[in-house]
Design a protein around this ligand. Structure first.
Ligand SMILES: NC(=O)c1ccc[n+]([C@@H]2O[C@H](COP(=O)([O-])OP(=O)(O)OC[C@H]3O[C@@H](n4cnc5c(N)ncnc54)[C@H](O)[C@@H]3O)[C@@H](O)[C@H]2O)c1
Length: 387
């Protein structure tokens, strides 16, 4: 099998998980990482057992051994890094959101399509075996026509005013924090599970903590702060709480809440789909169980077990029943689907495995978030999502 060269820009929280997942494939060489400075990049490369660390992402993109560029930088660098990689004919795996705005995402989609490169966005929950099982059953019609989708994505890592991140700065994160960061996962997963499209939204957004203590110096994502650190008191312009009503293209309704300020909720992501004949719920924090709500018999729980899930999605599970699989395994499945496509020399127009989300999916996520912000700005009115 021809080996594929991978290079990654940004190795903070998520970057090393890209490297781990791709390493598990066995036929990909991690050629280099790029960081914000030469010295830091080489130190990180050494720590991650990657041969080369570049202080400038252009040098990584220019490296002829790099076939696929992964973009795991803060959001404001998604557009320039991805655009530069496409311009050099490299395949791109971008972390979400694809870009800071729908307009930027649209340009990236057009450029990648024109260049004929493979383009992927890491909507990571698609890689979970029981998400694929739920999707398979919903699309097969097991719960009948979906009429209501609901759930939430709640975290608590921004609960205190000493908690701080670039995710709270408009020029680095975009106009949204919670919606763009985790709401985009809820919307992608809900649409992925059902094949439905979000057409209209009504948003109520809140900044629970309007002033925060920004530490002087840097901090990796999700790292807690403290009162002993020197800080500047800054105004926060993005939401840390949002509740959204949703309409789907089959007439189904939906409702979800996202927040980074709900105590005790670490990565509490739930999607439930209610249909004419039953309901299915997937709960990220109990991701090895799939709940089935029944009207005329007892409710059921399917434990993740390759021998009990449908043959069509069995490949997403790697361990026997009772052996828990988790976030890194789902992320590996994403990379397997994306790199499998690249290794087989396929194009974006060829059929793709389901965990492989594209720049088009990334663009759609941006459009939804912008429509929610627009709705909230107008006082919470129904707003059509313009794709
Ligand atoms: N798919 C998922 O589930 C998921 C999960 C977490 C994060 N993300 C996304 O991944 C991206 C990164 O998030 P994170 O939590 O890892 O952030 P982070 O702040 O921990 O890491 C960002 C990294 O980018 C580096 N960087 C900054 N400027 C750079 C430059 N000019 N050149 C090269 N590198 C540079 C930083 O040094 C840091 O190592 C975000 O867009 C986020 O939305 C996705």
């Amino acid at each position: 099998m021809k080996r594929i060269g991978m290079g990654i820009v940004g190795t903070g929280f998520i970057g090393p998980h890209h490297i781990d997942a791709v390493r598990r494939l066995g036929y990909v060489d991690i050629v280099a990482i790029a960081g914000s400075s030469e010295a830091k990049a080489q130190a990180q490369a050494d720590a991650l057992h990657v041969p080369k660390g570049y202080g400038d992402y252009h040098a990584l993109i220019d490296d002829p051994r790099v076939d696929v560029v992964h973009n795991a930088t803060p959001n404001y660098l998604h557009y320039p890094v991805t655009a530069a990689a496409i311009a050099k004919g490299k395949h791109v795996v971008s972390d979400k959101p694809l870009a800071m705005t729908a307009a930027e995402s649209k340009k990236l989609l057009a450029a990648a399509t024109k260049a004929g490169v493979i383009h992927a966005v890491t909507f990571s929950y698609r890689g979970n075996p029981l998400v694929q099982q739920a999707r398979h059953q919903i699309l097969r019609g097991d719960i009948g026509k979906p009429h209501f989708l609901y759930g939430h994505y709640l975290q608590d890592w921004l609960l205190k005013d000493t908690d701080y991140s670039w995710r709270l700065e408009v020029d680095k994160s975009g106009a949204s924090s919670a919606l763009g960061d985790i709401g985009s996962h809820w919307c992608d997963t809900a649409q992925h599970l059902t094949g439905l499209r979000i057409t209209h939204v009504l948003g109520d957004i809140t900044t629970v903590i309007p002033k925060r203590k920004k530490p002087r110096g840097t901090r990796v994502a999700f790292q807690a702060g403290g009162d002993d650190v020197a800080f500047d008191l800054v105004d926060i312009k993005v939401e840390d709480l949002a509740s959204v009503l949703v309409r789907f293209d089959n007439g189904a309704k939906g409702a979800f809440t996202v927040a980074q300020v709900c105590s005790g909720h670490k990565n509490d992501f739930i999607v439930e789909v209610c249909g004419a004949n039953g309901a299915i719920r997937w709960d990220q924090e109990k991701q090895n169980d799939l709940w089935f709500g029944n009207r005329d018999r007892g409710n059921e729980t399917l434990q993740k077990d390759p021998s009990l899930i449908d043959a069509e999605v069995r490949g997403y599970a790697h361990m026997p029943g009772g052996h828990q699989e988790g976030w890194p395994d789902a992320f590996f499945n994403l990379m397997r689907d994306i790199y499998g496509h690249i290794a087989a020399g396929k194009k974006m127009t060829d059929p793709r495995p389901p965990a492989f989300a594209t720049f088009e999916d990334g663009y759609r996520a941006n459009c939804i978030v912008e429509a929610i912000l627009d709705s909230a700005k107008k006082g919470g009115i129904w707003t059509k999502v313009e794709y």
